[in-house]
Design a protein around this ligand. Structure first.
Ligand SMILES: O=C([O-])CC(=O)C(=O)O
Ligand SMILES: [Mg+2]
Length: 387
């Protein structure tokens, strides 16, 4: 059993939206195929992966370093002890050979993207959904019903409060019970007006989370906290720079409600620093580490170990990114749910065809692997790469 090729193509996922930090007019994503020599149901097993929005495609790093390290490794060193499947942790170690510690940045995205494809292949070789494979490995019961919330509420040219209301209404109409909008990209009085418009629109049918995308300095984060705490928000997300743990810790003195952060922390060491120094509260706050951006599930398992050491339940994790990989981790390992972008970043994000949101939850279908084969438009694009 061996990996015979790793293919990458960088695809546009651009749109005219903007958050408080970036616009998405030139956003791209890497699509990766891990091609094996294993045949299942008369078909060669190919695992697929892609990186989440917010970081760009990683074709350069994948082609210059990580692909070749896997292909040049002794195939026997990349399989599990009885040789019956690929071993994601051993493949991860091969990818990360000759990489110094620290500075977790773009390479974590390159590795996370390949790692997603490896896990897809592993679950397909095992002939089961990834979430069931993960639950079995941990000796726990999978729960295919996963909480999902609708992320959107971006700024874009010409979008007024009515358009924002219509967007949020459409998420509620599609079964979501939590919706998220951007803040920090407009003056605070405008953001207050936008928040009040959305709260008026959704009433008691849903709750609202707000996301500042790391825009604020401490003073602005506190000014916003004082405004936001007037409202019953689901969470206040990424107020300050993702690595400014002291800011996050100070903010908890001004904001008693739930806060969320972590989508721009890309390693278990960074996650540990957040829990050590960020003043995050395990009874109410949320952790948003996204394996696709942060060295993949092999590393995310280490992050979950760190959480356990600090007394945090995996149910406090609702990852960033809106992809099926995190849905599988949520269903298999008991995370609190997953993000969803109902109208953005297609065809990569979202659910298999026919999966509907009901009362803020979806139910995972029993598809082998991550389940990309259940999403016609996505798998068509994937198969162009490697089949
Ligand atoms: O706008 C973005 O970069 C995405 C984001 O923060 C989120 O999904 O929470
Ligand atoms: Mg965010």
């Amino acid at each position: 059993m061996r990996i015979v090729d790793i293919c990458e193509v960088t695809k546009p996922i651009s749109s005219p939206i903007r958050n408080a930090y970036i616009d998405f007019s030139k956003m791209t994503a890497s699509l990766v195929a891990v091609v094996t020599d294993v045949i299942r149901d008369g078909r060669r097993v190919v695992g697929y992966g892609f990186n989440s929005n917010g970081r760009y495609g990683q074709g350069g790093l994948i082609r210059e370093r990580f692909r070749d390290r896997v292909l040049e490794a002794d195939p026997a060193s990349l399989v599990d002890d009885d040789g019956s499947n690929l071993d994601p942790a051993r493949i991860w170690s091969a990818m990360m050979s000759n990489e110094k510690p620290g500075g977790h940045g773009e390479r974590s995205v390159a590795v996370g993207t390949i790692d997603m494809a490896v896990w897809d292949a592993v679950a397909k070789i095992a002939g089961k959904p990834l979430f069931r494979l993960l639950a079995e490995r941990e000796g726990i019961e999978a729960d295919p019903r996963v909480f999902v919330y609708a992320a959107g509420g971006y700024y874009y040219p010409g979008k007024d409060d009515d358009a924002l209301r219509r967007e949020m209404r459409s998420y509620v109409d599609r079964g979501y019970t939590v919706v998220k909008m951007k803040i920090g990209g407009a003056p605070i009085d405008d953001d207050r007006r936008r928040i009040e418009a959305v709260l008026d629109e959704i009433g008691t049918a849903a709750r609202l989370a707000v996301d500042a995308n790391g825009r604020f300095d401490l003073e602005t984060a506190i000014t916003y906290a004082r405004m936001l705490r007037d409202y019953p928000l689901f969470w206040y997300e990424e107020a300050g720079d993702p690595l400014d743990y002291a800011l996050q810790a100070a903010l908890s003195e001004f904001y008693p409600g739930p806060m969320a952060t972590g989508e721009n922390l890309f390693s278990h060491q960074d996650a540990r620093n957040l829990l050590r120094y960020g003043g995050m509260r395990p009874d109410r706050d949320w952790l948003q580490f996204d394996c696709a951006l942060s060295y993949g599930l092999v590393e995310y398992l280490r992050t979950l170990d760190v959480l356990a050491q600090f007394g945090w339940s995996p149910s406090r994790c609702i990852p960033h990114g809106g992809h099926q990989m995190s849905l599988n981790i949520a269903a298999g390992l008991g995370l609190g749910g997953n993000e969803s972008y109902p109208d953005l970043f297609q065809p990569y994000g979202g659910f298999p065809d026919g999966v509907e949101v009901e009362d803020g939850h979806i139910v995972m279908p029993d598809l082998p692997g991550i389940g990309f084969e259940g999403k016609a438009e996505l798998i068509a694009e994937m198969r162009q790469l490697a089949e």
